[in-house]
Design a protein around this ligand. Structure first.
Ligand SMILES: [Zn+2]
Ligand SMILES: [Zn+2]
Ligand SMILES: [Zn+2]
Length: 168
């Protein structure tokens, strides 16, 4: 059984942790969802997902392309864009509008309204479920008869590591 995210939904990105487990768990979750929904996780889509999963960090489409070509993949921009589009459309990755960059989803396959905490110094990104924020937004929208299709809540600032460096 692939384990789902922590029950207390703490973002792990800013803590030191066994990151190989994040990658394995997320890749297994995505595989399960793809099998379930008959989605084709082609080798290039899988590789782009893995590249995004390797760090809790936002990557631009060109960063992904650069990684693919460094690995000797025939990386034409449309190939990378289409793979990213697939991952975003199916909720396996999120697009960060503010940075025009991509980050792997921390809870693939789950319906959620994520909140992103983005470090402007090192580009580290934590995806927080922040259920209260989504509920508040849903209530505010409901009160004026508005149906939310998608939300992008992004906070920019300094992660604990970069705050520590700044203090030295
Ligand atoms: Zn990790
Ligand atoms: Zn997510
Ligand atoms: Zn940082």
């Amino acid at each position: 059984m692939p384990s789902k995210s922590d029950p207390d939904n703490k973002p792990v990105a800013f803590d030191s942790h066994d990151h190989r487990r994040c990658v394995q768990t997320a890749a297994a979750d995505v595989e399960a969802v793809c099998a379930d929904q008959n989605l084709r996780l082609t080798p290039i889509r899988r590789r782009v997902l893995e590249i995004l999963l390797e760090e809790h960090r936002a990557l631009g489409a060109y960063d992904v392309l650069a990684r693919l070509s460094a690995e000797g993949q025939p990386a034409h921009p449309p190939v990378a864009y289409r793979a990213l589009e697939f991952l975003v459309n199916h909720g396996f990755a999120h697009k960060l509008e503010r940075m025009n960059a991509f980050v792997a989803c921390a809870q693939p396959g789950e319906d959620h309204r994520p909140v992103f905490l983005i470090c402007s110094a090192c580009n580290a990104v934590a995806e927080d479920a922040a259920a209260g924020v989504g509920a508040a937004l849903g209530q505010a929208a409901g009160a004026v008869g508005f149906a939310i299709a998608s939300t992008a809540i992004e906070a920019e600032g300094l992660c604990p590591g970069c705050r520590g460096n700044a203090a030295v």
